[in-house]
Design a protein around this ligand. Structure first.
Ligand code: NDP
Length: 405
């Protein structure tokens, strides 16, 4: 029987565990392991009640390579799904190499001391995974993840070449709280307060944080027109490299005025700093403290109502007509439907389902290819079929024009 180990029992780990349990014949013996055992046990007992499937649990420290590798060998793991934090990517890749286990994650490596993410640290593992005959899949969430697959699918089926890509992510849901983040507050705030970045004609261009914005009409009446802000996001690094002939790629996200106002105040008073300071003899970074006082993203599930829409606005030369065309490939997800299914809101759902789907491609053999891969380097078709089958149906819209600024 296959053995699958999920590391991380936060909002996204919860969804991955539920979805793997829904497909237990594929995933075999499923383990949910994390730093806090009680969180794994609570999720496992809800899944048992909801699906009848038994999930095994254990406590591990994923920062400790020897401890993790010895655990993986002990249970005879075949696949490791890293749903902990980006800080654990390299130690978990090392543990997988030591224990002979295939690897998948949803976010690229970031050092806790430097809010700057780049793929170079993980791409450096290419030869070691190849030589070990093991596959590492990087960034199998929604963005990165599904967005990379949307681009690969567009290049395979719609366009002979792609000129521009705008990845657009809207959360039009509301939890009714003054300020909360939908996934790990620390990771979320680090991402948003960093300078904006995009890639054009072979060069990286940098902007002040949240300084560039425009509006976009989302293809759902419950969302409508929303202001979107340019951010740096990790998938644009790999897509800029892997989409031949690309001229420009950018990433955009919606934020409400209320969210930006709170964030501005928190920044102005120094609460988003990651520089540690000593408070009554205890060293703590303000952002880590802020994370403790903000609502736990997992607690937002029952409160959040409304829709998300994430998609890729792609302009290129049509395979069919030879003319330039623009298409928006996207998914719409409903917070409350997600909660009814797996006890999580749509942000965790849209990140967790693709991790399960990416792992299905490893297990089926469709994506089993020794080395380290971003999703656009792999065949998009079975993944796109699984999106429709496992809860994230996608649509394609012909659009009149590219995004205007
Ligand atoms: P949470 O903070 O809710 O959960 C993280 C989990 O990892 C917690 O259970 C935490 O344990 C555990 N963990 C942290 N450090 C360790 C460690 N050293 N050893 C073992 N376990 C550890 O985060 P989310 O669930 O919201 O996010 C999970 C991942 O998903 C992140 O990497 C995030 O960037 C990524 N993500 C990707 C998206 C995408 O679309 N690609 C979208 C959203 C998120 P404890 O409970 O003890 O704190």
């Amino acid at each position: 029987m296959k053995k699958t180990v999920i590391v991380g029992a936060g909002g996204v780990g919860n969804v991955v565990a539920w979805k793997c349990a829904q497909d237990a014949t594929t995933f075999g013996e499923i383990w949910l392991v994390s730093r806090t055992l009680s969180k794994c046990q609570a999720i496992a007992s809800e899944i048992k009640a909801g699906t009848g499937v038994e999930i095994k649990t254990a406590r591990i420290d994923a920062d400790d390579v020897a401890e993790t590798a010895s655990f993986l060998k002990q249970v005879g793991a075949d696949y490791l799904l890293n749903i902990a934090l980006p800080y654990q990517d390299l130690t978990l890749m090392e543990a997988c190499l030591e224990a002979g286990v295939h690897y998948l994650d949803t976010a690229n490596y970031e050092s806790p001391d430097n809010p700057h993410f780049e793929y170079k640290y993980q791409w450096a593992y290419q030869d070691r995974f190849k030589e070990a005959g093991l596959t590492a899949i990087l960034g199998s969430g929604f963005d990165p993840g599904v967005t990379n697959v949307f681009c690969a699918y567009a290049l395979k089926h719609f366009f002979s070449s792609i000129r521009t890509v705008d990845i657009i992510d809207a959360n039009a849901g509301s939890h009714g709280l003054p300020f909360a983040t939908n996934f790990s507050p620390e990771i979320n705030i680090r991402e948003i307060t960093a300078p904006g970045r995009y890639w054009e004609k072979g060069e990286w261009k940098e902007t002040e944080p949240l300084a560039v914005s425009t509006t976009f009409e989302f293809p759902h009446e419950e969302i409508g027109e929303k202001r979107i802000y340019l951010l740096h996001h990790e998938e644009i690094e790999s897509l800029a490299l892997n989409l031949p002939g690309l001229e420009r790629i950018r990433f955009w996200m919606t934020f409400s005025e209320q969210y930006i106002n709170h964030l501005t105040v928190l920044e102005n008073v120094g609460m988003t700093s990651i520089e540690p300071m000593t408070v009554e003899g205890v060293e703590i970074a303000p952002l880590q403290f802020l994370q403790k006082v903000l609502p736990d993203p997992a607690s937002l599930g029952p409160l959040t109502k409304g829709k998300t829409c994430i998609g890729c606005l792609i302009t290129g030369t049509s395979k069919e007509t030879g003319k330039e065309e623009t298409k928006f490939i996207y998914n719409i997800c409903d917070h409350q439907e997600c909660y009814a299914e797996v006890k999580s809101q749509a942000i965790s759902y849209t990140a967790g389902v693709p991790a399960m789907i990416g792992a299905r491609q490893l297990i089926s053999g469709a994506w089993l290819r020794p080395g380290v891969w971003n999703l656009e380097q792999l065949d998009p078709d079975p993944f796109m079929d699984d999106l429709n089958a496992w809860g994230l149906p996608w649509h394609v819209l012909e659009v009149d024009q590219e995004l205007s600024l």
